[in-house]
Design a protein around this ligand. Structure first.
Ligand code: SF4
Ligand code: SF4
Length: 86
């Protein structure tokens, strides 16, 4: 039997569970490069999670930020990417 996995995007209020610590952000853009859902945009010299409702909670941005400039909190929908089966 083959199991097909699909993303299920969080459809509630995403809150502000990803925040940039602005004085730590170097503007390297790695967060935007690795985010598959285009959450991140350049704002002045730094990047911010502008389109947070697109976030699938994969944690990639948080993992690739070498400046430790991302405060990754607990989303309202729980943590981790959400998959559905079927
Ligand atoms: S990866 Fe970190 S330091 Fe680089 S732009 Fe994104 S938040 Fe800023
Ligand atoms: S957790 Fe994943 S989907 Fe959400 S902003 Fe970071 S890289 Fe993008």
């Amino acid at each position: 039997m083959q199991i097909e996995m699909k993303f299920r995007y969080y459809d509630g209020d995403p809150g502000e569970f990803i925040k940039v610590i602005e004085d730590k952000c170097t503007g390297c853009g790695q967060c935007a490069k690795f985010c598959t859902t285009r959450v991140w945009e350049k704002v002045g010299k730094i990047y911010k999670p502008i389109n947070l409702s697109n976030c699938v909670e994969c944690g990639a941005c948080w993992n690739v930020c070498m400046a430790d400039a991302i405060d990754f909190g607990e989303p309202h929908g729980g943590t981790g990417v959400k998959f559905s089966y079927g």
